[in-house]
Design a protein. Structure first.
Length: 202
């Protein structure tokens, strides 16, 4: 697997698929149902890595939808930081690893998420039982992002178990990220005056 800095990866992506005038241009190479990964592999669009990349992109987009509704600067910044990590994660899943000069998903990033989780739980303890999402617009979007993140986690687990992904911290990060999104949703509800979330009735 090739190794390069994230700055170089970013430069490659910026230079690729540009018209002479500088704007991006489609190549239509995907019309046959295949796509190119960053490690130059030409794979079908239902390849495990492509599926995982698509879902990670979905997670980041869902988090972006939630971020524009963030009720505090801290919540906004937390979600944006997670989106940055997802970007680095996608570059690694697509075939490249940073060489240590750029930020990457490692034990430090999972520890950072654990610290965020502890802070959010202190702000708003979790209710016992199953929550029915939808008590506030922001928290509902966070729950949607959380649900998608669990799908990404399942796909990354499959990649890890078939030995196509060498970094175990990515799977650990996604597991913790889902808990953080849940905790942030609960904290947002508390800030909005929802003292107890709507629970699924037995």
């Amino acid at each position: 697997m090739a190794i390069l800095s994230f700055a170089r990866l970013k430069q490659m992506l910026q230079l690729a698929r540009r018209k002479p005038g500088g704007e991006f241009a489609p190549t239509w190479r995907g019309d046959t149902g295949f796509t190119d990964l960053l490690d130059r592999q030409h794979v079908p669009k239902y390849d495990l890595r492509v599926e995982a990349l698509g879902t990670l992109d979905e997670v980041s987009s869902a988090i972006g939808v939630a971020r524009v509704k963030a009720s505090t600067p801290a919540a906004h910044d937390l979600l944006l930081e997670i989106q940055y990590d997802l970007c680095y994660m996608m570059s690694e899943v697509a075939g490249y690893q940073t060489n240590g000069t750029g930020k990457q998903v490692d034990a430090r990033r999972t520890a950072w998420l654990e610290a965020q989780l502890e802070s959010l739980q202190n702000e708003a303890p979790w209710a016992k039982g199953f929550v029915a999402p939808g008590d506030t617009p922001f928290s509902a979007d966070l729950h949607m992002a959380r649900a998608i993140s669990r799908r990404a986690e399942r796909q990354i687990a499959k990649l890890t178990h078939v030995n196509e992904l060498k970094n175990p911290h990515i799977l650990a990060y996604l597991n913790r990220m889902a808990y953080v999104l849940f905790a942030l949703a609960r904290a947002e509800e508390a800030r909005a005056g929802v003292n107890a979330p709507t629970m699924v009735k037995k």
